[in-house]
Ligand binder design. Structure first.
Ligand SMILES: C[S@@+](CC[C@H](N)C(=O)[O-])C[C@H]1O[C@@H](n2cnc3c(N)ncnc32)[C@H](O)[C@@H]1O
Length: 314
């Protein structure tokens, strides 16, 4: 079954602000279908072929010429050479074909990182990115390319909502490049947490364990950030840092949620009460909870409550 959002979906408005529904015709995220062994072997073969093509691609003409001894060229030969089609050169001296190959490789790498993050725990992802912080940049380059294709980004909804509020202490859990803090950081105190300190606004950590004292935040936001298989531990951490009556806001890809009632119940078990559920957008659901009590001692959720979200080839 294809879980992509319905490409015929039309513009919709959320309860709190104008969020256009994702028309998505192939642009949006979808939920992973299990890849068979032969499909995986085929995909890996393609990636190897692409890598081999990149390594074996011809050098730009200037470089080749620099290395060959200069021989006198007859007028006729020069004329013939000038009439031959020349490869288009990109800004980095790559031909159009090389640039297409490079984009394909970047896309394949993004999908691999994305899938890894959805199929491991927060701690495993944190270690993976600590060992190689360039993963974060590669992921965000690919993520930004996906977001550019969306008719609406739920982060903009959260930004608009916060613009009209009294000063709050906000924890942006899985903040990406900390765009929320950049937008409303003068009006509110925003703590931005993610795997890598990509800019000075971000505190690097696993969001299952953030360096913020208990009961000090008024709001915790997870905008498409429930990526780890242990996402309930992230919710539990939100409960710890929130004051009683504090707000938990999250946006998730609708097709990730196999059973909405079970998903809401699992979050409520962590000491929250659902307030508003915004399903106006076909692609994302936005849920607002209030903290009504401490989290229980143990955090666990039924496996499969949130499916991994994968992206189409670019
Ligand atoms: C889909 S991106 C969304 C980024 C941002 N919230 C936005 O809406 O633009 C999810 C983010 O969550 C972060 N993330 C996922 N698991 C994490 C973890 N265990 N600890 C910290 N950050 C995590 C990723 O690094 C990524 O930046």
């Amino acid at each position: 079954m294809d879980h992509r959002p319905d490409s015929r979906s039309s513009t919709a408005r959320t309860g709190t602000g104008a969020t256009r529904a994702a028309a998505g015709a192939g642009a949006g995220p979808r939920v992973a279908k299990k890849e068979s062994t032969s499909q995986r072997a085929h995909r890996l073969k393609r990636v190897r072929e692409l890598l081999a093509t990149r390594n074996a691609s011809p050098k730009p003409r200037e470089q080749v010429q620099q290395r060959s001894p200069q021989k006198p060229e007859h007028d006729k030969q020069r004329q013939q050479r000038q009439q031959q089609p020349q490869p288009q050169q990109g800004s980095a001296g790559l031909s159009a074909l090389q640039m297409r190959m490079q984009q394909k490789l970047k896309g394949a790498r993004f999908r691999w990182i994305n899938e890894s993050m959805y199929t491991t725990t927060g701690e495993e992802t944190f270690k993976m990115v600590q060992n190689d912080p360039s993963i974060f940049e590669e992921y965000h380059e690919g993520f930004a390319a996906q977001v550019r294709k969306w008719p609406a980004n739920p982060l903009d909804l959260f930004i608009r909502q916060l613009e009209g509020r009294q000063r709050l202490v906000v924890a942006d859990m899985g903040c990406g490049e900390a765009r929320l803090a950049a937008a409303i950081g003068e009006q509110h105190t925003v703590h931005s947490f993610d795997l890598v300190g990509y800019n000075k606004r971000i505190t690097p950590c696993n969001i299952a364990n953030v360096p913020l004292s208990s009961g000090t935040a008024d709001m915790a936001i997870f905008c498409l950030a429930l990526m780890g298989t242990d996402f309930i531990a992230f919710i539990r951490e939100a409960n710890r840092i929130l004051r009683m009556g504090g707000e938990l806001k999250l946006a998730e890809v609708v097709s990730r949620i196999s059973d909405m009632d079970a998903f809401v119940a699992a979050l409520e078990e962590q000491g929250f009460k659902l307030g508003h559920k915004d399903t106006a957008n076909k692609m994302f659901v936005v849920l607002n909870f209030t903290k009504i009590g401490p989290h229980p001692k143990n955090a666990s959720a039924q496996p499969g409550l949130l499916k991994p979200c994968i992206y189409k080839r670019r």
